[in-house]
Design a protein around this ligand. Structure first.
Ligand code: CAA
Length: 259
């Protein structure tokens, strides 16, 4: 049977594609397990410096699989919510940047998946929203928590209360998407960003991600303390010597080794 989640790694960049277009890449148990396996394997691959996550066909991800959960009991629904949180946290805490290449519909669990990524670059064809209230449920994979952290409480409440599906341009205005490009430019632009990141000092990039993810949830003093510790630790890396010597000797793009 074909893999639902496809992974391709080349020159330190990984492309992860959710490939279930007949269901608009809706996330069922098998797809969540595929994502978990993909990110676990990539986390163990020392060559990987950045990941691009996208969907096959006209959707990024059209949500959690409604057909798979329609008959859930509250107990089963709780387990499904926690399973999604577990897999999305793996992506959020992935040691290197993860870029969502939002090629089409990012609805419900699909919008929540994109929000667990570090950056969201979208096609002009993309649509976003949290339409759960139209199904009689609340978002279960972080929509009530990550959305207000990204777009603010008021815009998050509007989107959650109305279930409105918004255009890529509106998502850009709200800060939900970081950039919107022509459909044919989506993967080239994501690759360009990923390549730029991959050329930087990997440990430093990884620490920046950890400092932001952990720091923004903590009181400022605690975040600053964490930052100073990470800053100190970068001075124990070979890449700090490489980067600073290159600056002093006026050489650009030094060859960082990730150590
Ligand atoms: N779950 C299961 N199947 C889905 C799906 C989903 N979330 N979204 C689409 N599909 C299926 C459709 O049922 C259809 O399958 P069949 O051909 O077997 O009928 C196939 O994908 C194609 O979809 P459409 O024919 O509906 O395509 P469209 O272009 O006419 O409409 C759409 C596209 C507007 C995205 C529409 O499919 C839609 O509204 N999908 C549901 C979106 C949604 O409500 N998402 C939230 C899910 S709940 C959730 O995610 C909870 C959570 O937080 C954990």
């Amino acid at each position: 049977m074909a893999e639902i989640v496809k992974v391709h790694v080349e020159a330190g960049l990984a492309m992860v594609t959710i490939d279930r277009p007949e269901a608009l890449n809706a996330l069922n148990d098998e797809t969540l397990a595929g994502l978990e396996a993909a990110f676990t394997a990539l986390g163990n691959d020392k060559s990987v410096r950045a990941v691009i996550l996208t969907g096959a066909g006209k959707a990024f991800v059209a949500g959690a699989d409604i057909k798979a959960m329609a008959e859930n009991t509250p107990r089963e629904a709780r387990a499904f919510a926690r399973r999604g949180h577990q897999v999305f946290s793996l992506i959020e805490d992935f040691p290197h940047p993860v870029i969502a290449a939002v090629n089409g519909f990012a609805l419900g669990g699909g919008c929540e998946l994109a929000m667990a990524c570090d950056l969201r670059i979208a096609s002009e064809k993309a649509r976003a929203g949290q339409p759960e209230v139209k199904l009689g449920i609340t978002p279960g994979w972080g929509g009530t928590q990550r959305l207000p952290r990204i777009v603010g409480r008021s815009a998050a409440k509007y989107l959650l209360f109305t279930g409105e599906v918004i255009t890529a341009a509106r998502a850009l205005e709200l800060g939900l998407f970081d950039e919107v490009v022509a459909p044919e430019q989506l993967l080239p632009r994501c690759l360009e960003i990923a390549k730029t990141i991959a050329a930087r000092a990997p440990v430093a990039v990884s620490y920046c991600k950890a400092a932001i993810n952990q720091g923004v949830e903590a009181p400022l003093a605690q975040g600053l303390s964490f930052e100073s510790e990470l800053f100190a630790q970068t001075f124990a890396t070979a890449d700090q010597k490489t980067g600073m010597m290159a600056f002093i000797e006026k050489r650009e793009d030094p060859p960082f080794q990730g150590i």
